[in-house]
Design a binder for this molecule. Structure first.
Ligand code: GRG
Length: 297
């Protein structure tokens, strides 16, 4: 656990140094939005998604440097979703990554623009990257699909908003599983797919990584719900116990804490098993699966 934690932290240090260099500050007043984008992106964050891209790519002997641009563009997109999720019209949060949310540090209009800017920047980075054209197009297609409103993250967020108004839901577990699959799972799936695309994985390898992603996506959301219920606000860096006070459907409210923990353990075992075709090369990814359920932030 400590090994994987320090591996992720060391990765983040290298990643953040390169990430910062991607922001060129405009000279005019338009720089305010770019400052807000930079504030939100460089404001902490575990960097799990770019770490996943890099480690999946490493299975195919692709260097961390080569995987960087796919990870960076994903982190831009992920941060846009956090900025917009924190807005008063959505979750209305004051704290993100232990610091004031983007709309608190700047203002609401700037935070909306910063999210828009990051979403667009993600695709610009991929378009400008030095991956071969065929891979670039695949990455752009997969990312837009995973982030989008038809079956991706925006679709999941839409269902989540709708779920808040559903009274007496008949199949709550099905509903939250579906929300999680799109809202949280799609970007984690993309992270694994991106590593596979960069590494020219074959169909069997791509499928194994997709199964792994699905399982860790579920554990990621369950652990997020557990942290909301019983986590330490200082460590997690955001306002906790909101789910309960808002009567939200979550894995903890539907299954109870013990059952949620049992399911997480089974999913983690399945995630690790999915990687068996890669042998010892997948050890770090298997450790990451363990980290996701044991994390306290
Ligand atoms: C606003 C279009 C739109 C989408 C929002 C990201 C998201 C969708 C909602 C955030 C709410 C939430 C708690 C989602 C569950 C899991 C999740 C995505 C947590 C945040 O990701 P971490 O823990 O965050 O990787 P860091 O800060 O480490 O990057």
């Amino acid at each position: 656990m400590t090994d994987i934690l320090s591996e992720i932290k060391n990765f983040s240090l290298r990643f953040n140094q390169k990430l910062e260099k991607l922001f060129e500050m405009p000279k005019g007043n338009e720089k305010r939005t770019v400052e807000a984008m930079k504030y939100a992106v460089l404001n902490g964050g575990k960097r799990i998604r770019p770490f996943l891209v890099a480690k999946c790519a490493e299975l195919f002997n692709v260097s961390e440097d080569k995987a960087f641009m796919a990870g960076a563009s994903l982190e831009m997109l992920h941060t846009y979703s956090l900025i917009h999720d924190d807005l008063p019209a959505m979750d209305n949060d004051d704290l993100r990554r232990g610091k004031p949310t983007c709309h608190k540090a700047f203002d609401e209009a700037t935070a909306i623009l910063a999210g828009d800017g990051l979403l667009t920047f993600a695709f610009e980075l991929l378009a400008d990257s030095d991956y071969e054209n065929e891979k670039k197009i695949k990455l752009i297609k997969l990312l837009s699909n995973g982030a989008g409103a038809f079956e991706g993250m925006v679709a999941g967020q839409t269902l989540d908003l709708y779920a808040e108004s559903v009274k007496d839901c008949k199949e709550p577990l099905k509903l939250i599983e579906n929300i999680e699959k799109m809202k949280t799972g799609c970007l984690l799936k993309y992270a694994c797919e991106a590593g596979a695309v960069i590494g020219s994985a074959n169909d069997k390898e791509l499928e194994a990584l997709r199964v792994f992603a699905r399982k860790i996506g579920q554990t990621f959301q369950i652990s997020d719900d557990i942290l909301d219920a019983v986590g330490d606000e200082k460590k997690v860096g955001k306002t906790l116990k909101k789910d309960n006070s808002q009567n939200k459907l979550t894995f903890v409210s539907v299954l109870g804490l013990d059952q949620a923990r049992r399911i997480e353990e089974k999913l983690t075992a399945d995630a690790k098993e999915a990687l068996s075709i890669f042998g010892g090369k997948a050890q770090t990814l298997q450790n990451l699966a363990d980290f996701i359920i044991k994390r306290d932030f």
